[in-house]
Design a protein around this ligand. Structure first.
Ligand code: ADP
Ligand code: ZN
Length: 616
């Protein structure tokens, strides 16, 4: 099979995403490779596709048990022979897995770094052919990254122990120049291909708010995100607990996560969230690394994090499925005090020398300043973040709160001008209803009687919603740009500056909340069907005790809800449907879609197939 066949057969996709081919081709040619890609770009496929094409086994070193479990689950769902070895297994299970590995039962094996140099694992590596070693979350090898793991320093020795050295692939989603250098050196990549993909996540909308009353503001956001899955990050366990209480009392579907909970509770709560049993998780930054949940559609930071790396990584857990998602930062002065306190009273890294500790403290303070810069930024937020990571971008992205406010201001000004000049052209002798009719291009008897349909301003605001036109007329009246005494509209001294001297109006319209992705109309899929398919997915996932998104991602279900495939061929053309998933799920989903179409009357004579057996 070539790489395209592997992609389609196992993963159900027909084309590679930007950046994937680069990494895949490099690995296939036997070249060590460092892949730096933002979360959600599709890192895993970059090494999983070559792994399936190499003759021997691929070992993936991964820092977290939950991460391994999810990835292996997802691979098995796709029909790939995979397993993991970590401390969640007992001795017996481990030796069973090793025996099976020896017999060639697995193509990909995930291991924790501390297991690499154990006797049993070394013995396995001596017996079988290891084609590739993948180091996931490779920044863990660097002290200058967020999540230093001393055990990662042992990877280099492990790789060098082979007489026939396997190709090495290191991947990370965050790496500044310094961390990149560390990765290459400390893992010992040989003349590696370095593939760095833009950190821009176009589907993410960024917003900063400075609420007077955080709980109240949060409530408004959550009302907007009703029915969607999201993460709320807090800076302390206490806030997490308190917020969890508040939201539960509001009847929301919510769970929580922080390091103060028992391991059992953490595991359970995390699973509830990942499996869509709970929609919202309130958490400290202890939550997230290794969470592969793809349908998170908002991440709200209830408190400001300590640096841009953390913020972007946490916020980046939204929208991994490529659907539009929101990243909201709620910020006030208290957040700065909290972060300063954390820096002055570090809990971790106690083994650092006092010199290193002082260096680290300085570095953190500098990073905090950059973070505050983001919270206070009046320009494009995306541009700010990307330039922090050394990327140049356009002045405006159009998809952050700053850009949208600017756009709103600009269009507000234009609309104000249209309205005012229309008033002038009518001889300042009409009421607001008539003005609205003229601007909207409505030919009423009054309009045609007076010949207003021949004005140059007739129909000028045809494409602007009626409510918006009325809102701006009212704003102009309230702010002294229009005199409406006796119902007739007249322009004022103040409005002349807007009409003739190019000045801007001095008020702003209601903040365009509807711009948030929560009301994104551009995603044209059938929401009702989507909800039905989500329910089916959940039933399947619960019965198999696997995360829902490993059955199908939201992105796949959305396309299904839009294309509505009713036969196997159409079904297999949906992105995300590979050979194995087609065989397992096509009948179930097609049946649900047909039933839905029958109910909604699109397909009156479809004969409903018998309910297929649950056959996984
Ligand atoms: P990362 O590890 O970089 O955060 P993942 O590997 O989890 O990202 O991929 C994110 C999502 O993108 C997954 O749902 C994955 O199935 C999907 N994906 C990856 N590659 C492709 C592709 N070529 N076409 C369509 N979807 C893809
Ligand atoms: Zn912007």
């Amino acid at each position: 099979m070539d790489k395209y066949e592997v992609l389609s057969e196992y993963f159900g996709y027909s084309s590679f995403r930007e950046g994937q081919l680069n990494v895949i081709d490099s690995l296939l040619s036997g070249q060590d490779t460092l892949a730096v890609m933002p979360t959600g770009a599709g890192k895993s496929i970059c090494f999983q596709v070559p792994a399936l094409m190499f003759r021997g086994i691929t070992i993936v070193v991964s820092p977290l048990i939950s991460l391994m479990k999810d990835q292996v689950n997802a691979l098995i769902q796709n029909g790939v022979k995979a397993a993991y070895l970590n401390s969640s297994l007992n001795e017996k299970q481990i030796s069973l897995a090793l025996t099976r590995a020896r017999k060639g039962a697995y193509k990909i094996i995930y291991v924790a770094p501390e297991r690499l140099n154990t006797h049993a694992f070394s013995a396995l590596c001596d017996e079988v052919e290891i084609s590739m070693v993948v180091v996931d979350e490779a920044h863990c090898v660097s002290q200058w990254g967020q999540d230093f793991r001393p055990n990662y320093l042992k990877i280099k020795d492990f790789v060098n122990r082979f007489s026939k050295r396997p190709v090495v692939c290191a991947c990370t989603a965050t790496a500044t120049e310094r961390v990149r250098r560390d990765i290459i050196e400390l893992i010992g990549l040989l003349g590696p291909t370095v593939s760095i993909l833009s950190f821009d996540r176009k589907n993410l909308y960024f917003e900063v708010v400075k609420p007077k009353n955080k709980p109240e503001t949060l409530k408004q956001y959550l009302a907007l995100y009703k029915g969607r899955s999201g993460i709320i990050y807090c800076s302390s366990r206490k806030t997490t607990d308190r917020l969890y209480e508040v939201l539960s009392a509001q009847g929301l579907s919510v769970t929580k996560y922080h390091a103060g909970l028992s391991a059992q509770e953490r595991k359970q709560n995390q699973e509830e969230f990942v499996n869509d049993d709970k929609q919202i998780i309130v958490a400290t930054n202890a939550f997230g690394m290794g969470i592969d949940k793809s349908n998170v559609s908002f991440v709200i930071h209830y408190n400001m994090p300590g640096d841009i790396e953390s913020y972007y990584q946490e916020a980046g857990r939204a929208g991994r499925d490529g659907c539009s998602a929101d990243c909201i930062l709620m910020y006030n002065a208290g957040d700065i005090r909290t972060q300063r306190f954390f820096i002055e009273n570090p809990s971790e890294n106690e083994e650092l020398s006092s010199l290193d500790a002082a260096k680290l403290r300085k570095l953190r303070l500098r990073k905090l300043d950059d973070m505050i810069g983001y919270a206070e930024c009046t320009g494009c937020l995306r541009r700010y973040i990307l330039s922090y990571f050394g990327e140049r971008t356009a002045e405006k992205c159009g998809n952050c709160s700053s850009c949208r406010n600017d756009d709103n201001k600009e269009s507000l000004n234009q609309y104000a001008k249209m309205i005012l000049s229309c008033i002038v052209r009518t001889g300042q002798n009409v009421n607001s209803e008539l003005i609205t009719d003229i601007l909207k291009g409505n030919v009423t008897s009054q309009v045609s009687e007076k010949g207003f349909d021949r004005l140059s301003t007739f129909g000028l605001m045809k494409n602007v919603p009626l409510a918006k036109v009325s809102e701006i007329i009212n704003l102009l009246i309230r702010n002294g740009y229009i005199d409406s005494d006796g119902g007739r509209l007249r322009i004022t001294e103040k409005s002349k500056s807007v009409l003739f001297s190019g000045k801007s109006v001095d008020f702003s319209a209601r903040k365009a909340r509807q711009n948030l992705s929560a009301d994104d109309e551009s995603e044209s899929f059938d929401r009702d069907l989507f909800d039905i398919l989500k329910k089916l997915r959940k039933e399947i996932a619960s019965s198999k005790r696997i995360p829902a998104f490993t059955v199908f991602t939201d992105a796949t279900l959305k396309i299904m809800s839009s294309k509505k495939p009713t036969n196997i061929k159409e079904f297999s053309e949906i992105p995300g449907v590979g050979e194995v998933k087609k065989d397992k799920y096509a009948a179930l989903f097609i049946r649900e879609i047909k039933a839905y179409e029958l109910r909604t009357g699109f397909q009156s004579n479809a004969d409903l197939p018998r309910k297929p057996k649950w056959n996984f």
